[in-house]
Design a binder for this molecule. Structure first.
Ligand code: SAH
Length: 502
């Protein structure tokens, strides 16, 4: 079994500097009917790209992950398949050990205590809850603090996948729990004191209310959001004007001219951002495909757009971090606008915003994922299938796609969205879990009367795996970041170097 973090990066198949959009020729049209596509989604992508030209990587990722026709999380391809666990594609921390969810539950209990133990209006919100294991472990832990359990008005599960919503409902409510619909989503009473669980497809469906205390958790959610990738390239020379043809020499800088000196800008060409787009690979002839190859050949590929696009003109201008890289030839950057939208949403729920004013900030968000602490991610797109790295451009819809999370961008979006929050971290998962007491909890679990030596050894292996600080260990690669009500940095949350303050 391999967690996503145990895999190396860099399988992304890139064809740089291809300066054309895919235009079907008579020859390729004739081949169109011959080519076999690996999945219905591959055929749909082929038809879309043949018609409109190459598409941004983010559009490709969105269709592959959450598209209606055979998206990895949302599609009907391969009914009854499970993304998680030994038989699935990857394993996540809550599935490795119950202690993970228990410690996250304790983190929110500590925040609830530190924020004056509100007796009502508490919301638990999880984005991307997978099988519901994390929320189950958190809710079980919170039940041991009856005053907090009683303060929870609703648990919101933001989940794009119908199949996973069903799995989560069975887990948290039992298989026969009744469901009702409202404007917000589908509701069922949980097995924990009948607290209502509400499922929504996006966080936007959960109303932002100023009297609520939202406790938000995002584990391995941000890495599943679509990214755009850009490369810096020299901008084309400005079009020649009739009055100054390009062949006419510039006046010497010493000449008595009132015009500005343009010599410097002539020597250093202006740079622009170009977007990496997804196009179709040429068909592989049967003679050139290796019969021994186990992984299917990529049906799509990345090409660099030959000119700027709407996204390349807007997104890299959104932060000084990207602007600083623009003049470096061939600099690559990845930008995830959805991650910024989610981070801004979390921040305004907790701290209020001009659109959603809040009399006093309250609540917290805890984000755990793999990614970079302060650098802009590069070449981080990966495909994962059955615990192995595969091309992100083969068998679309059957392969999990993910990219490194840019924690700095999340912090930036959160602080821009709300003056009422502050951000702590990111810190390594190992530091976070150790400060939260993973070792002590594992020891207590292994001393439960009647536990077999083999179960005790499983507990030990599991917790050690979560805090493994080796180069690709989960404790090092995964990071934790917290968004809290603004308090001038005076109160650090537990797990980030702080204590519970009553
Ligand atoms: N947090 C879980 C699952 C991680 S996998 C765990 O750690 O085990 C990613 C989860 O996010 C899945 O539940 C997937 O269906 C959901 N997801 C992916 N993209 C989404 C989107 N755009 N909106 C809502 N849910 C999404």
């Amino acid at each position: 079994m391999a967690a996503k973090s145990h895999l190396n990066k860099g399988t992304c198949h890139k064809v740089l500097n291809a300066r054309h959009r895919h235009v079907p020729t008579a020859h390729s049209a004739a081949k169109k009917s011959l080519r076999q596509w690996s999945t219905p989604l591959a055929k749909q992508l082929y038809e879309a790209i043949s018609t409109t030209g190459s598409v941004p990587l983010a559009s490709y990722m969105r269709m592959c992950l959450t598209g209606d026709l055979g998206g990895y999380y949302t599609g009907a391809v391969g009914q009854d398949r499970d993304q998680f666990g030994a038989k699935g594609d990857f394993v996540t921390s809550p599935e490795i050990s119950q202690i993970f969810g228990e410690l996250l539950g304790i983190w929110f209990i500590a925040e609830w205590i530190s924020q004056g133990r509100p007796s009502k209006g508490v919301q638990l919100i999880e984005v991307g809850p997978g099988r519901g294991t994390l929320m189950d472990d958190m809710l079980r832990t919170i039940q041991r603090f009856p005053a907090m359990a009683a303060s929870i008005e609703s648990v919101f599960m933001v989940e794009a996948s119908r199949e996973l919503r069903e799995t989560q409902k069975k887990r948290l409510c039992g298989p026969d729990a009744p469901s009702t619909e409202s404007n917000a989503g589908c509701h069922s009473p949980s097995k924990y004191g009948a607290t209502p669980i509400v499922w929504t497809e996006t966080i936007k469906s959960i109303p932002i209310e100023s009297d609520k205390t939202p406790f938000i958790v995002a584990h391995e959610f941000f890495d599943a959001l679509p990214i755009h990738t850009f490369q810096s390239a020299p901008a084309p020379a400005p079009a020649a004007s009739k009055t100054s043809p390009p062949s006419s020499p510039s006046p010497p800088s010493s000449s008595p001219s009132s015009r500005p000196d343009t010599t410097a800008s002539t020597l250093t060409p202006a740079m622009e951002w170009r977007e990496m787009m997804v196009s179709i690979t040429p068909p592989v002839s049967s003679s050139s495909s290796s019969p021994s190859s186990t992984s299917p050949p990529p049906e799509f590929q990345l090409v660099l757009s030959s000119s700027t696009t709407r996204h390349s003109r807007l997104l890299p201008e959104s932060s000084p971090r990207y602007r600083a890289l623009k003049q470096t030839p061939n600099a690559l950057i990845e930008i995830c606008p959805d991650a910024s939208l989610y981070a801004a949403d979390f921040a305004s729920r907790i701290g209020g915003s001009p659109k959603h004013p809040k009399p006093a900030p309250s609540g917290a968000a805890l984000i755990l994922d793999y990614g970079t602490a302060d650098t802009v991610p590069v070449n981080s797109l990966r495909g994962i299938r059955q615990h192995r790295l595969v091309s992100p451009f083969a068998a679309p819809g059957l392969v999990d796609l993910s990219a490194d999370v840019d924690f700095h961008a999340i912090a930036e979006a959160a602080t821009m969205a709300s003056a009422g929050i502050e951000v702590h971290g990111p810190i390594s998962q190992a530091d976070f879990l150790e400060l939260m007491g993973i070792r002590e909890r594992a020891e207590a679990l292994s001393k439960i009367p009647g536990i077999t030596p083999s179960a005790a050894s499983d507990i030990e292996k599991a917790w050690k795996r979560l805090v493994d600080r080796g180069p690709s260990g989960m404790g090092k690669v995964y990071k934790a970041m917290a968004i809290l009500p603004e308090n001038d940095g005076r109160r650090r949350p537990v797990g980030f170097g702080g204590d519970v303050t009553a």
